[in-house]
Write a protein that binds this ligand. Structure first.
Ligand SMILES: C[S@@+](CC[C@H](N)C(=O)[O-])C[C@H]1O[C@@H](n2cnc3c(N)ncnc32)[C@H](O)[C@@H]1O
Length: 232
């Protein structure tokens, strides 16, 4: 990061090939981010993320921001999944996850910003997930990132599920330990890593309730992670 970089310089989402390189995704992402940071900094149990995938994945599924495909690769073999759409701004994330999943279902990749309209028809898929992605989108608050929720609602069939989680800075129920505060400050100061200084749990719940009926929103906070399962 150049020393004189300021967050205001990056207002739209951009690729981050250095962070999501083949080496980082294959060797570092699982031990450092999924096994260490989830547990010790953000205080979310990976068993919750595994359960989300296991219980809510449908026959035609969209994953927004698959990373290295770790959670998808652990979905039990007898799950309903038949067709998988992967949507990601970074090509390497798509390639690595496609390679991990192509033996078990039909995989389509879409290289694009998740806040732009998705190349999928209205009411065409059974489930959508987006885990640990929203906090990386540019924007001063969750409201600036609401297009993710709006697109999920648009492409889901009635009864379809949208499930996911994101790291939040503030709001009801958010608890940040020393490590979470330290890492959030570093990642928000690093170009194109986090942008969640204005993301609140209350705004996220409100955005989910705006695009899905409030009675269909299951939202909770673990540590500083907002976790949702909503039904179309
Ligand atoms: C922190 S990783 C999470 C990976 C995975 N979901 C997991 O939980 O292990 C963030 C993912 O979101 C993707 N991503 C970041 N910004 C994006 C954007 N604007 N549009 C689409 N994908 C994006 C990254 O390329 C990466 O795959």
């Amino acid at each position: 990061m150049p020393e004189n970089w300021s967050p205001a310089e990056l207002t739209v989402n951009e690729k981050n090939d250095a962070l999501y390189s083949r080496t980082v995704l294959a060797r570092l992402y699982t031990p450092v981010v999924i096994r260490f940071s989830h547990r010790f900094a953000w205080r979310v149990s990976n068993s919750v993320l595994h359960r989300n995938h296991r219980e809510h994945i449908g026959q035609t599924h969209v994953t927004v921001g698959p990373g290295n495909g770790y959670f998808l690769s652990k979905v039990p073999a007898d799950a309903r999944l038949r067709t998988l759409h992967l949507l990601d701004i970074n090509r390497t994330c798509l390639d690595i996850t496609e390679a991990r999943m192509r033996d078990r279902c039909e995989v389509h990749t879409h290289e694009q910003d998740a806040l732009k309209p998705w190349p999928l028809a209205d009411a065409s898929v059974d489930s959508v997930d987006s885990h640990m992605v929203m906090h990386t989108f540019r924007g001063n608050s969750i409201h600036a990132k609401a297009a993710l929720v709006a697109e999920a609602a648009r492409v889901l069939k009635p009864g379809g599920r949208f499930f996911g989680c994101t790291i939040l800075s503030e709001g009801t129920g958010i608890r940040k330990n020393w490590l979470a505060r330290r890492l959030m400050a570093v990642y928000n100061g690093r170009k194109n890593t986090f942008s969640n200084a204005g993301d609140s749990a209350d705004d996220l719940r409100a955005v989910l309730e705006k695009h899905f009926a409030p009675g269909n929103v299951d939202f909770r906070v673990d540590g500083c992670v907002g976790i949702w399962v909503v039904t179309r």
